[in-house]
Design a protein around this ligand. Structure first.
Ligand code: HAM
Length: 421
């Protein structure tokens, strides 16, 4: 688990703001749910057999003896909230949420990570699937990412999945000796997991396994075709991945994952999601289809660094107030500038000019505003550019806000006698 400190935290703020702008522009509203849920929300929603619920959840009994879980993923809590408050569908929610999984930590895989996500409840319309997928895609593109692949698949529904599982089980029974040790004994319970297994043994054993897409029922096939057509219309390219089964029980029909090609293949999933048309019912609501995705913030930023995009820039201060008089001018001027919307800090503790200039420089501010005895007597302020060679100049105290706004908007004009026509 990590502390996120400034300036990295400033990048997080920008990312969340950019995501919020994007999805709010598509009708999603922020949903904030508790970090804890009754463990049953995940047992029922995600499935006790799933790796995440079975082996990775942080659970504890609270003082009343209720077993609680720290949220291991974002979808079940949003659906629990939907069932509890029954807003009118279609209901579109977005979230930014800390998420906890007791995994083996490594670069890009943490025990606490943060997810940006959306969930849309109500329509089963495949056009919504294309819209949801394209929102994640558009975020990555807006950040400047180019080197990623969208993997797309369908996991069918309650109608065609049991038949496909039987078919796959039969196929795997003929390849039992070739599978990795754990799957040799466990494949019967969940044969889909073998498709997803990364060991060379299981990869080889499943090379000729049947493809789910060839065995979807007619409604699932036409749904999937319409999703593909939607992505084509939106110019979102994808590859069909017959192994993409995703780890949670709630998925039905469309599933997808965005994989970065810029980092190590082990932890390169920057976002994933899919449809979960049975989840609302599982959590006690009326049958309501749903679809969404989650994007890992830490992983996304690792990938941004790998591609050299979305840099970490601390938001620069615009001005730094230096007061050599010990009077109240710094208090007043700093507040006035901040109230005018400028980013300003100041020195405290009546330190020497040299020390205050050093702090101003270290702060990253564009200019220092110097108040000495002479400036107070004359009703002026010294404006000293800190990032250019331009000389300090004297500005009327009453004009300083406008002057500063102007010089920040047109940095060249801060230097006098430039000789510009
Ligand atoms: P997920 O694929 O388990 O899906 O997680 C979503 C994203 O969270 C991953 O693609 C990855 O970027 C990030 N992530 C997952 N685990 C870790 C970790 N240990 N450390 C760092 N980042 C991680 C879900 O959680 C689903 N709830 C997504 C969804 C929403 N499906 C439908 N709606």
């Amino acid at each position: 688990m990590h502390d996120v400190l400034w300036p990295e935290s400033a990048r997080w703020e920008r990312l969340v703001a950019q995501f919020a702008r994007l999805v709010e522009g598509a009708g999603y509203g922020l949903a904030v749910t508790p970090i804890l849920e009754h463990v049953g929300v995940f047992h029922r929603g995600v499935g006790e057999e799933s790796e995440m619920v079975g082996k990775e959840m942080y659970t504890f009994a609270d003082r009343d003896g209720q077993v609680m879980a720290l949220r291991p993923e974002g979808t079940a809590p949003i659906v629990r909230a939907y069932v509890q408050h029954h807003p009118v569908p279609p209901w579109k929610a977005w979230y930014v949420a800390p998420t906890f999984r007791h995994e083996n930590p490594q670069h890009g895989r943490y025990r606490q990570h943060f997810q940006l996500g959306i969930e849309a409840l109500g329509p089963s319309d495949p056009d919504l699937d294309a819209e949801v997928i394209s929102l994640a895609h558009d975020l990555f593109i807006a950040l400047g990412l180019r080197d990623f692949t969208l993997k797309l698949h369908s996991m069918g529904d309650g109608n065609c999945r049991p038949e496909f599982m039987d078919l796959l089980r039969d196929f795997l029974a003929g390849h039992e000796d070739e599978m990795c040790d754990p799957h040799r004994t466990r494949y019967k319970e969940n044969p889909l997991r073998v498709l997803d297994c990364k060991t060379p043994e299981c990869r080889r054993a499943t090379e000729d396994a049947p493809h789910f897409l060839d065995h979807l029922c007619a409604p699932c096939t036409s749904h999937f075709e319409r999703v593909r057509a939607g992505l084509d219309t939106l110019g979102v390219s994808y590859t069909i991945d017959h192994r993409l089964v995703r780890g949670f029980d709630y998925y039905t029909r469309t599933t997808f994952e965005f994989a970065s090609n810029a980092i190590d293949a082990a932890q390169n999933a920057i976002g994933g999601g899919g449809r979960y048309d049975g989840l609302v019912e599982l959590l006690g609501g009326a049958p309501t289809p749903g679809i969404g995705f989650g994007i890992g913030i830490e992983r996304l930023l690792i990938v941004c660094d790998a591609e050299g995009v979305f840099p970490t820039e601390p938001p620069p201060l615009q001005a730094y107030v230096i007061d050599l008089t010990g009077g109240t001018e710094a208090v007043a001027l700093t507040a006035e500038l901040r109230r005018a919307g400028l980013r300003v800090d100041r020195a405290f503790d009546n330190r020497s000019m040299k020390s205050q200039i050093k702090s101003a420089d270290r702060s990253g501010a564009q200019v220092a505003l110097v108040i000495g005895a002479e400036e107070v007597a004359n009703g002026t302020v010294g404006l000293r550019p800190l990032r250019t060679d331009a000389a300090q100049r004297t500005v009327a105290r009453s004009a300083i806000v406008a002057e500063l706004q102007d010089s920040l908007a047109h940095p060249a004009s801060a230097a006098p006698d430039e000789g510009t026509p």
